[in-house]
Design a protein around this ligand. Sequence first.
Ligand code: DAH
Length: 338
Amino acid sequence: MIERLLELKVDALNEIKEVTTLNDLEQIRIKYLGKKGEVILMMSKLRDLPQEERPAFGQQVNLVKNELEQALYDKKQGLEYEELLKVLASEKIDVTLPGTKFYQGTIHPLNQVIEDVEDLFIGMGYEVAEGPELENDHYNFEMMNLAKDHPARAMQDSFYVDENTLLRTHTSPVQARTMLAKKGNPLKIICPGKVYRRDDDDPTHSHQFTQIEGLVIDKNINFASLKDALLKMARHLFGEERVIRLRPSYFPFTEPSVEVDVSYKKKDGSIGWIEVLGAGQVHPNVLTMGGYDPEKYQGFAFGIGVERIAILKYAIDDIRHFYLNDLRFLNQFKGVNK
Ligand code: DAH
């Protein structure tokens, strides 16, 4: 019996040595050490042996069993390692292959202008506020001191969705919404966003364009506060050498109102003026409707066209370039502000 056991051991060790896959190795384990494995069966034969041979045989079977277990374990480790090497080899990355080109986009020139203006005003303690593009007549016109029959409504030919709802014609309704939200507390905001107007199809106008609204309400706000903010903005956008000029104008939501020109140097060296925005001191009616006592609080406001700034800054000849998503146009604005 001992001989048979040792034969089994030699066979098993040989088979383990030859095997090349983990699967086959498992088969060998089952064949010899599984529940009905040949070595295990040998153990049950103990009973057939004479009493005095049993301990020695029992010991031998255990030794063989241990030896085979060790051999199986070692082989398993070896095969697993080989398999890992194979996987690594098959997944190897060839760093010499040409890569996939990564195209970096650019921030749209209009958004660059908006971010630039936001940075400036945030630095002066303003908050950025936003409002819906589909707006109530109430906020777009009435709270801006343009009652239903106000002739100045005609200045802003509008897209109505129904009698009381329209695509906002300016960012000014965000003023009204913010005033109500602030419940009579001082505020400093700028509001960038898209606005819509039925407009002539000429190269300098579009039915949709972009504005930035500014609004400050506090005690002791006067025209000098407005002029200071506007001059800072003009110089930030167009250069420190610029000066501004205020011309009397009319807006229903401000009183007095001004149009603001920025200076530029003409080719012959003389000074020219370009109109860039509308502004004024907040009309007492607007303050009252927004929940502020005009005897205690004053405010200034301005509204500037983002396209206008970009056109002037970058000498662009047609407003439609901004909306066509032509990469030849957009790629020219890579990092111009940075
Ligand atoms: N809402 C005006 C427009 O779209 C622009 C404007 C002018 C806004 C004067 C203001 C302002 O806040 O004070 O034409």
